[in-house]
Design a protein around this ligand. Sequence first.
Ligand code: DX5
Ligand code: ZN
Length: 216
Amino acid sequence: MAAITPSILNADLADLAGEVARIPSADGVHLDVMDNHFVPNMTFGLNTVESLRKHTALPMDVHLMIDAADRWAPAYAEAGCESVTFHVEACEDPIRLARQLRALGAKAAMALKPGTSIEPYAGMLRELDMVLIMTVEPGFGGQRFLDEMLPKIARTRQLAAQAGLELAIQVDGGVSEATIARCAEAGADTFVAGSAVFRSPEPDVMVRRLRALVTS
Ligand code: DX5
Ligand code: ZN
């Protein structure tokens, strides 16, 4: 079943609770944490995520675009995020971190920048609940979807199938009505959409439209 997890990056960050309330049909809310080091942009951190927990019952899917993920990621699981995504490029020991996140009751997810291959991680997919394939360079919303990432989505799905795993594959960046079907055909089942949802006059209608495009 396809999951739509809108990103609030391009929503009104001064009214996070209000913005999340505009997407009741979503399968979760995608929270982009940026530290101005791993990516050239800064958003919010743990305090904000902890505060938002009190204002929404939607699953919180945090995407950590921060250095030293090993050190900071577990606190987001402790804060009640259902899913915690770290970037493999910012992580010293992805297997140890994934196990720690699962032990804390969160789904463990690993993100790959466009230039990072899945191949070196083929043997550790069983440690993960989800792989996030970035379909833009992380840092900003509203960028153009990178079609070149479709083979990486397909390869990740193939590796998971070969290992007999029910791995979720999430795509993030430039996902819209125009691109979502391509992602699903390649093997993605979890879809982040930021500007497509929050620049729409009716964000919840867009959530349902996106889901309909990938549900047969
Ligand atoms: C970008 C973030 C995304 C961003 C996507 O680095 O990780 O979650 O909000 O925005 P759109 O959907 O506009 O590309
Ligand atoms: Zn994201």
